[in-house]
Design a protein around this ligand. Structure first.
Ligand code: SOE
Length: 386
């Protein structure tokens, strides 16, 4: 079996999700190239040491520059906060390493383009972490659309709703700071919806949006891990520099109309990641909290049974179902990362780029920036102008 030595940078929420995927991949996909969990890297020596033991990495380090110079590392996995993606990805590509990077690819479109240029110039593989493409329901939606079973597509309606910062005293974590995160709900959540729209319908041509930062100041954090954080009672406050919620409308190149909503202020919605697509022959509805199921409607059903039906998408529809459990036994969030790795490893065997690659990351970044510009200028923006 072929092997690939991995060095991973970042060890919190995404670090755990990626580590788990590296561990599980060989068990369920024995024909895949086997990732060897060589080195995990993070800024806090105690934290990263603990993560190395807990997640099963051979070694840990606090020095990412040394890590990418190591001759025994083939693939660099970047899941640290967004402000460091660019520097690490470019340096890794220059050192001849393949790069797997979390979304959003960068803080700006220009940065993401530089990253793409670097990986293309170095001739390495590059993948971006749009993991929701790999849910059973999204894979089924893709199949139905590609086979023309929904007919001509008229509408894409996507929404990603969370509420983890609803408390005004929730601390000013890095995801709420523009210089670290790039943007707020738009880049963190909207990026996923934009990518799904691109994947399923193709290019977005024009956008116009609006946004709001409801809570303008928050206590500085004393401690943060993943999506949770604490602050001292008497803590000083700092400004929130990203959007709490962004809504935008879009036109697709294929003529379809789109509406998008990304918010961290949808009380009661822990992580509602959904879309609905309407076509001339039918519709589908995706809800991540039920990622094994797709709601499907076909216009040519007999009148007396017309209506949305719930289709279990785990079997036999999707490409990876055989690796998992018997029919009807569902899978979860963590499996979307394992599927991403199956695709990444397959790209080596098949001598092609994985999908989604940095090309898709840049495409998403272009829409993110077009939306921001449309808000600033209060007008429609043609995405291809950027
Ligand atoms: C936090 O909002 C977050 O973890 C995002 O950063 C992820 O990309 C998304 O998948 C779930 O929510």
């Amino acid at each position: 079996m072929k092997k690939m030595n991995v060095g991973m940078i970042g060890y919190k929420f995404m670090g755990k999700a990626h580590s788990h995927a590296y561990r599980d991949l060989p068990m369920f996909f024995p024909k895949s190239i086997k990732p060897i969990m060589k080195v995990i890297c993070g800024r806090d020596p105690l934290g990263v040491a603990e993560a190395a033991t807990q997640f099963g990495w051979e070694e840990y380090t606090t020095d990412w520059k040394q890590l990418i110079e190591r001759t025994d590392i083939d693939l660099i996995d970047i899941n640290a906060p967004s402000d460091v993606h660019k520097e690490i990805a470019i340096a890794a590509a220059k050192a001849g390493k393949h790069v797997f990077c979390e979304k959003p690819l960068a803080l700006t479109l220009a940065d993401s383009r530089e990253m793409l240029k670097a990986v293309e110039g170095a001739g390495v593989k590059h993948m971006v972490g749009f993991n929701y493409r790999f849910t059973p329901a999204v894979m089924l939606a893709k199949k139905l659309i590609d086979e023309g079973r929904l007919g001509d597509i008229y509408h894409f309606r996507g929404w990603f709703l969370q509420d983890w910062v609803i408390d005004p005293n929730f601390p000013l974590v890095w995801r709420l700071q523009k210089e670290v995160a790039g943007s707020g709900s738009l880049g963190d959540l909207g990026a996923h919806t934009i990518d799904l729209a691109h994947y399923l319908l193709g290019d977005i041509s024009d956008v116009i949006g609006m946004n709001e930062t409801f809570i303008k100041e928050r206590p500085l954090p004393s401690n943060m891990t993943g999506l949770s954080a604490t602050s001292e009672q008497t803590s000083e406050k700092g400004p929130v520099t990203v959007d709490d919620a962004t809504l935008f409308m879009a036109r697709f190149a294929n003529g379809a109309l789109g509406s998008f909503e990304a918010t961290r202020f949808a009380t009661g919605h822990r992580s509602t990641n959904s879309f609905e697509i309407n076509g001339s022959k039918g519709s589908v509805i995706f809800d991540f909290e039920r990622m094994n199921e797709l709601q499907v409607y076909f216009t040519d059903d007999k009148d007396d049974v017309q209506g949305f039906r719930r289709v279990l998408a785990t079997d036999p529809a999707h490409a990876y179902s055989e690796a998992w459990w018997p029919a009807g036994h569902t899978i979860g969030y963590e499996h979307t990362f394992i599927h991403s790795l199956v695709e990444l490893m397959a790209s080596f065997e098949e001598n092609r780029q994985p999908i989604p690659s940095f090309v898709d990351g840049v495409k998403c970044q272009q829409v993110l920036e077009a939306v921001d510009l449309s808000i600033e200028k209060r007008q429609w923006i043609r995405v291809s102008d950027l």
